[in-house]
Design a protein around this ligand. Sequence first.
Ligand code: IPM
Ligand code: MG
Length: 384
Amino acid sequence: MAKYKIAWMPGDGVGNDVMEAARIVLDRMKLDAEYVPCDIGWDFWCKEGNALPDRTVKALKETTCGLFGAITSKPQSEAKEELAPELKDKGLVYFSPIVKLRQMFNLHTNMRPCKSYPGNPLNYRGTRIANPSGEDIAIDQVVFRENTEGMYGGVEFFPLPEPVYTALCANPKMKPWKDKAGLENIALSTRIVSTQGCTNICKQAFEFAKKTGRKRVTLIEKPNVLRETGGLMMRCFKDVAKSYPDIRADDANIDAICMWMFKNPQDYSVLVAENMFGDIVSDLCAGLVGGLGFAPSANLGDNYAVFEPTHGSAPKYAGQYKVNPIAMLLTAKLMLDWLKENDMATRLESAIARVIAEGKVRTYDMGGKDSTLDVAKAIADYAS
Ligand code: IPM
Ligand code: MG
């Protein structure tokens, strides 16, 4: 029997292309695993009315962890149109299967490292004034994104049910909407956070910093406007920080940090944020190190984890083997870390770094003409 059982979820679009790349590398490295193919994604929404079929949830429960490619998400109205005709009138509601997976398996922590690898032509080079020589600025950031709460909780209404409207109207701040809109014209998305959720994500961030010798943890929030949810997160952050006196703990508003990270990206190390702000800032971090082709992520729970590149399904490139597999391969590296296959993880990351530095095999985003699988094979040659 294989040492690990890994749920294999290519999902949509280029998810298939990059997962094939991952498989080439994992097989060449001889990871002792059985891969269990699992249905997930847009096709299953269209055909079955469920992007995350029950059989997939069941299969996942019998695996060590999951590896995931990419997912196509569309707004509610488009989702309804693409449903099979016999499912159209059933009142089915589309939800993102990856968001659902995170919640269902309580994968509370989304860890998203963004690192500039020397020689990557897409690395951030700073402004002319800051860096007249045009050298790479070394960036090594890790975002800890709360993964189950906040604006991703899915507690949303349109139109507003009467009891919700009445309850909200007890607050005098509702007056402008009461006067001009009325319940049938109001849409509501909630941002629900808990002391437990906030404390946990902050602890994960500080523990990681301590373990890896990082000296700074920065909270990203907006407590000057989001007074209650932002305020709670801020208090939890400060409380947790007290147990880590050797680590500098500071905070910044989401808008300000977008400016500061663009200006001085090398100053930041570990970043911690609520779900939505973590989503936003992790794309910014990816942009600083070459784009989504270089951004891996790990959805971590207490006993289970799902690993996925931060990028989407890029439908226009699906099946063309054009996209960069490096985000997916760095994701496989995070999975090897989690499995405590430390030697393999190190070998894989070194092989990725070497292929980037040599610059001989590159996908189009890096200025090359090679395919997804060519890059995977080049990395597999060094990693195996
Ligand atoms: C991400 C993605 C997802 C998210 C989408 C596809 C639902 O943007 O993983 O960052 O918003 O979490
Ligand atoms: Mg995102």
